[in-house]
Design a protein around this ligand. Structure first.
Ligand SMILES: Nc1ncnc2c1ncn2[C@@H]1O[C@H](COP(=O)(O)OP(=O)(O)OP(=O)(O)O)[C@@H](O)[C@H]1O
Ligand SMILES: [Mg+2]
Length: 293
């Protein structure tokens, strides 16, 4: 499934309208919700995922993955290109089915995309013919909401990511960072308990990337959704995450779980020795992997 198709398909016809959207939290903005203690727990148990090629040959993308992400935890996933990071994320999102093992979010087995699980991709996956607010509104069209309410919720989500002034612009009129803000707003508008991000800042310049990391941490601190964040950048993983999972080359397995207890805010120009040790450890693990090229 393509990224855009996946986003359209996020709520199947029989999907329940999330509380955030149904109006039970109508007084809240696009954010600030009460999070039940178990909301957002991700349990990936013994998961293997494979693909069949045209000749019917199986390739294993990831093998025997065990990851437990607690409600409100920020987890990063790092590993060499092709090790299966996106595949694993897509399985948590419900776009890909594991061949073995199970993925539970809040005790619900993931077999299809759910509105409580928001996904943000590197390439934004915006519709170029819709404005920023149109893109966010579109995501809400699958729920029976009055048009005005849909628009109001979309505008609130855009305001939350600092784009209130740019709501009527088309993606072609927005910078890369702004496009990614729209993509984040489109996900936030569902009030997800789980946020999955696949190298969301990989296409951005260094300065924009830093400001997007700051925005993401602000949103996360406000909402406390659980986050699974794929990145190639060791510093990005260590600046953002509570825990970093390191994967081996394909077929990917988890080779190390590293807890990052450095207090936030963290910055690369204010690193303590523990942070530097973790960085050296992760780089060492990645260097042990054969180059994909
Ligand atoms: N839809 C698919 N059909 C067949 N093979 C696939 C499919 N999606 C991924 N793969 C294969 O699974 C393996 C893992 O790919 P994946 O995109 O998950 O890696 P990745 O770690 O995200 O890489 P990168 O860091 O370059 O984004 C690769 O060998 C890839 O070719
Ligand atoms: Mg990938």
């Amino acid at each position: 499934m393509t990224a855009a198709a996946a986003l359209i398909a996020v709520a199947p016809d029989d999907a329940e309208i999330p509380e955030e959207i149904s109006g039970d939290h109508a007084s809240s903005s696009a954010g600030r919700r009460k999070t039940p203690a178990t909301e957002g727990r991700i349990l990936i148990s013994k998961v293997s995922i494979g693909f069949k090629d045209r000749k019917g040959r199986h390739t294993h993308a990831v093998e025997d993955i065990d990851i437990a992400i607690e409600p409100g935890e920020f987890a990063a996933l790092i590993g060499p290109s092709g090790c299966g990071k996106s595949t694993l994320l897509n399985a948590v999102a419900g776009f890909v089915s594991p061949v073995a093992g199970s993925i539970l979010v809040d005790s619900v087995r993931i077999t299809k995309p759910l509105p409580s699980i928001g996904t943000v991709f590197q390439n934004f996956a915006l519709f170029p013919w819709l404005t920023a607010v149109g893109n966010v509104e579109f995501a809400l069209k699958q729920f029976r909401l009055p048009r005005d309410e849909r628009r109001q919720r979309a505008l609130l989500a855009l305001a939350e990511v600092g784009l209130a002034e740019h709501a009527e612009k088309y993606p072609g009129q927005l910078s890369g960072g702004m496009k990614q803000r729209v993509a984040i707003a489109r996900t936030l508008v569902f009030g997800p308990s789980v946020l999955l991000m696949d190298e969301p800042f990989g296409a951005l310049d260094a300065q924009t990337r830093l400001s997007m990391q700051g925005l993401l941490l602000d949103l996360w601190e406000k909402r406390r959704s659980s986050v699974l964040f794929v990145t190639h950048d060791v510093d990005e993983a260590l600046i953002l995450a509570d825990v970093v999972y390191v994967m081996s080359a394909a077929p990917g397995r988890i080779t190390r779980r590293i807890v990052v207890d450095t207090p936030r805010p963290r910055a690369v120009d204010r690193l303590d020795q523990a942070f530097l040790n973790r960085r050296a450890e992760i780089i060492g693990l990645l260097q042990q992997q054969p180059s994909p090229l």
